[in-house]
Design a protein around this ligand. Structure first.
Ligand SMILES: *Cc1c(COP(=O)(O)O)cnc(C)c1O
Length: 380
């Protein structure tokens, strides 16, 4: 039996348990303790975020953003259909209607050529997703948003340590949401972060994150008692989570370097197949960097992809596809306005993600590459 190559495997740097032990022995394990502060400082310094606030997930960070924008019934929010449900759920929870945009032909990011036609007087925000950590064309997007007076919330769940024209992703929109779920590059099991670049939102964000109280101001000595001042919920993670995360952040360069090596091996190994027109490989625009969040191939059609998955399975390799487009989902199909989203459908049918994680060995990658080549050799 050949070695099984799974799709994802969380990577531990070795310091996680040590830092958790430190957090626990300090008897300060609720939110915003020593490790949360270290994480906030790390992000604000390295990526020039005006304000970084750890949350319990990216989903939660997006919910905070929706509250901060005062999204309400009748508002419209534009987002890609080819994404994870959390990109839009936060806005649906506040009563917004989601106007789904198509993806571009080059990569699954939102198509900026057809986006402007979707803007109406009710549009409040655009939620670009930097798919696979590859930047959307943010200059173009921000210009469009400025012109129509819209907010931009970057769904940067997959985009840690990635750049647009030398600007870190997450630092460009009014706000941004990151994920530290165990399937991402930098992890804490479950976990996330809201980044605020528009200063007008900072004060209220701290309140919403602390159950609608001004407790953060109280701890800084700015007010002499704290109380209920707004709506809110419990969006902050325990310092135990932050301790785990901080161990990862200390090793971010090592993690990113290894992931980029793996990505490059896949690309080099498969580029002949792309040249022969057998499959498509990721496209990275010249304004974007690659943070090696994932490696995907584009098959010719749904049947081709199903056969490739089966072939890989027979070689003990687990490759998976995602997203079933949101505009055709059971929950939203009747609410969608009926527009065809051709590129979205194409990615839904043809995109396949290959095993990708830090501890994947070079020989694992070679094995996956040769299994894919073998499939195309056998294919009639
Ligand atoms: C992973 C992911 C999320 C959700 O992140 P959680 O931390 O699990 O809430 C949201 N959007 C995108 C694009 C993602 O990939």
């Amino acid at each position: 039996m050949t070695k099984h190559i799974g799709f994802n495997q969380p990577y531990l740097t070795g310091k996680e348990v040590h830092y958790i032990y430190q957090a626990v022995s300090s008897f300060k394990i609720s939110g915003d303790g020593m490790f949360s502060k270290k994480c906030h400082e790390f992000f604000e310094k390295k990526y020039h975020f005006k304000k970084a606030l750890l949350t319990t997930s990216c989903t939660d960070a997006l919910e905070m953003a929706a509250i901060l924008l005062d999204i309400k019934e009748g508002d419209e929010v534009i987002a890609p259909s080819y994404t994870f449900v959390s990109t839009v759920n936060a806005f649906v929870l506040r009563g917004a209607k989601i106007i789904f945009a198509d993806s571009g032909a080059d990569n699954p990011n939102i198509d900026l050529d057809t986006l402007e036609a979707l803007i109406t007087p009710r549009t409040k925000a655009i939620i670009p997703v930097h798919y696979a950590g590859i930047a959307c064309d943010m200059d173009k997007l921000m210009q469009l948003a400025d012109k129509h007076n819209l907010f931009v919330i970057e769904d940067a769940a997959q985009a840690i340590d990635s750049y647009y024209k030398d600007r870190p992703l997450g630092s460009i929109g009014h706000m941004a949401a990151f994920s530290f779920h165990e399937t991402k590059n930098i992890i804490s099991g479950e976990g996330g972060m809201l980044v605020i670049n528009d200063e007008r939102f900072i004060k209220r964000a701290e309140i919403i994150r602390e159950k609608g109280t001004n407790r953060s101001s109280f701890f800084r000595g700015e007010v002499d008692k704290y109380g209920w001042v707004d709506i809110g919920s419990s969006f902050l993670p325990s310092d135990i989570i932050a301790a785990f995360l901080y161990a990862q952040l200390e090793n971010i360069d090592d993690i990113q370097n290894r992931r980029k090596e793996i990505w490059k091996m896949y690309y080099e190994g498969l580029k002949d197949l792309q040249a022969e027109g057998k499959l498509g490989l990721p496209f990275i625009p010249e304004y974007a960097t690659n943070n090696a969040h994932m490696f995907y191939v584009k098959c010719l059609n749904l049947e081709d992809r199903s056969r490739l998955i089966d072939h890989l399975k027979s070689e003990n390799i687990n490759a998976v596809f995602h997203y079933l487009s949101l505009h055709k989902s059971q929950f939203y199909k009747d609410k969608h306005d009926g527009r065809d989203l051709k590129q979205t459908d194409l990615y839904t049918d043809t995109l396949l993600r290959l095993p990708f994680y830090y501890e994947l060995t070079n020989s694992d990658v070679e094995k996956v590459v040769s299994a894919i080549k073998e499939y195309y050799k056998q294919k009639k």
